[in-house]
Design a protein around this ligand. Structure first.
Ligand SMILES: C[S@@+](CC[C@H](N)C(=O)[O-])C[C@H]1O[C@@H](n2cnc3c(N)ncnc32)[C@H](O)[C@@H]1O
Length: 521
């Protein structure tokens, strides 16, 4: 490794910034051997590893000192690549607040280790997730030979979960998606947006090459030779003349006339026209399963085509209808004028992911119900979909719960998919969400949260086996779970501490999330 590569590697290894001069120091003082000649210095990774193992505490050790020896480092899942934590159908749609599949597997599968001393569930058991979200528990149960039932108050989340565990005639899905793509291309011929966008891209390429050459421009920004904010704004303002000339020339409609709904506000008129066109095509699909999965592809596409800057995709600020200086890419970027490329990309990706899951899934029952987990009658609702499985729940009962409840004042779960509610017309039940962001984190909100979660547990208990196991994953920063257990006539029998490495908050100190294991009193 070069000195620079060694410093990057070492920073990741010990979880602390290691500079190239730190590495040079180690060589100079003979702590690690030097390799290479003719003025090129290289170091061997094993030498570095040996040095840090004997001289340095790893991040795991430091965190354990702060949080206790019972911190289960393997539950950080830092050894997994992103492609593994978003494997197959888990990436069919974005969703803020999902847990990673490997965490679910850890508790549902049959392995044991220093922390998990017994297995809790056996193939054929029924698992319940009363806060099903995007369906992670359902999908993993499906992989592990367990039956599972989810419940979610958000109709769109339940839809997403059910699409993930659905079964499809892939040939039909592929043919239908291709047909819609062809029809969309025909639809575009009647409009000018493709020609317009090509011309705009041509102009942007020219201007970006002149004023934002790569990598020279970014280097100058880093060296503070250029004031990025002023320079970026000046050049993007200058470009607007060209932009609006093209808009006029190609007669492109930008703003929609109405501004009533999310779909009216957050999409350029040209994009909205395409969304409506594709949705009409989807409505006429005969095969109901094909219709559902392509509706989810459309929803994912729509989300990626909101009129916003690249930097604000996660947290929308104001609709963007013109070209702008993009801090993320260090050049002038544009909003989207067509959904075609995302539609094509996501249709292909979805088919690939469904086929991957198809190879792994077992022949078990999975279903997410729409409802309030405080009051829902699970057997009655399942009976409407599958009477045979309903009587199986009655007879053998549910073995346990694996779930991550919402926490106090963190996320508005309906609102994060507002575009999908507008598009599909699902009924919103925002007022029944437990702990929404809009109600804050004050004492009142905490009290109502405690009541909400314990009402869920008390309702669900009716359907559980007497020796049930309940696992709840929670960032319990207000220490509410002991009260919740008490109000639900349950006892916390174990707390699994999981390091949270990628915290959203700025605070980078050692931090653990708890998986509460509860049983009947
Ligand atoms: C933290 S998320 C669950 C995420 C899930 N574990 C996943 O991996 O996708 C919590 C979920 O609880 C749902 N929820 C909130 N209040 C509810 C209620 N009263 N009944 C049922 N579900 C509710 C929200 O809609 C949200 O989808």
């Amino acid at each position: 490794m070069t000195i620079k590569d060694a410093s990057i590697w070492a920073s990741a290894y010990i979880g602390k910034n290691v500079t190239p001069s730190n590495i040079s120091y180690l060589i100079q003082y003979g702590r690690i051997p030097k390799n290479g000649d003719n003025g090129n210095t290289f170091v061997n990774r094993h030498d570095l590893e040996k040095y840090y193992d004997s001289h340095y505490e790893t991040k795991a050790e430091r965190w354990k000192k702060q949080l206790g020896d019972d911190l289960n480092w393997s539950l950080s899942f830092s050894q997994y690549k992103e492609s593994e934590t978003t494997k197959h159908v888990h990436r069919l749609h974005s969703y803020k607040g999902k847990f990673i599949p490997q965490l679910v597997e850890y508790f549902l599968d049959n392995h044991t280790d220093k922390f998990k001393k017994t297995r809790f569930f056996n193939a054929g058991d029924i698992i319940l997730d009363p806060f099903c979200g995007s369906g992670t528990t359902l999908v993993q149960s499906g992989e592990l030979g367990l039956h599972s039932i989810g419940i979610d108050i958000s109709a769109f989340n339940a839809f997403m979960s059910n699409v993930k565990v659905g079964k499809y005639n892939i040939d039909d899905v592929k043919k239908t998606a291709d047909l819609i793509t062809r029809n969309l291309k025909e639809f575009q011929k009647e409009k000018n947006n493709v020609d317009f966008e090509n011309k705009l891209l041509e102009e942007l390429k020219k201007i970006n090459e002149i004023f934002f050459p790569s990598p020279g421009y970014k280097y100058k920004v880093r060296q503070k030779e250029i004031n990025e904010q002023l320079y970026g704004k000046e050049k993007s303002d200058e470009f607007l003349k060209t932009y609006y000339k093209l808009i006029d020339h190609y007669n492109i409609s930008l703003k929609q006339e109405k501004n009533d709904s999310f779909l009216d506000k957050w999409f350029l008129q040209v994009v909205r026209d395409e969304i409506d066109f594709v949705f009409e095509q989807i409505k006429s699909i005969k095969n109901i399963q094909t219709k559902k999965i392509l509706a989810l592809v459309l929803s994912r596409t729509v989300r990626s085509c909101r009129a916003t800057t690249h930097a604000d995709l996660g947290t929308l600020k104001e609709p963007v209808i013109e070209t702008y200086y993009c801090k993320k890419h260090g050049k002038i970027c544009k909003p989207l004028f067509s959904i075609l490329s995302w539609w094509k990309r996501y249709s292909k990706d979805t088919i690939k992911r469904v086929l991957e899951f198809e190879k792994l899934r077992t022949n078990t029952f999975q279903r997410c119900l729409i409802g309030d987990s405080r009051t829902i009658d699970i057997i009655q609702e399942i009976d409407k979909k599958n009477p045979e499985f309903a009587s199986s729940i009655k007879n053998k009962k549910i073995a346990g719960i694996f779930s991550s409840p919402p926490y106090v004042g963190l996320i508005d779960y309906h609102e994060q998919h507002a575009y999908a509610y507008d598009l599909f017309g699902f009924e919103r039940k925002d007022e029944l969400e437990i702990g929404p962001l809009c109600r804050g984190q004050g004492l009142e909100a905490q009290k109502s949260y405690v009541k909400g979660i314990s009402d869920v547990l008390n309702n669900c208990k009716r359907f559980l086996k007497p020796d049930y196991d309940v696992f709840l994953v929670a960032n319990d920063k207000y220490g509410l779970y002991p009260q919740i257990a008490q109000r639900s006539d349950m006892k916390i029998v174990n707390e699994y501490k999981r390091p949270v490495l990628n915290r959203v908050e700025k605070d980078r100190s050692a931090y653990a999330e708890i998986i509460f294991h509860m049983k009947t009193l």
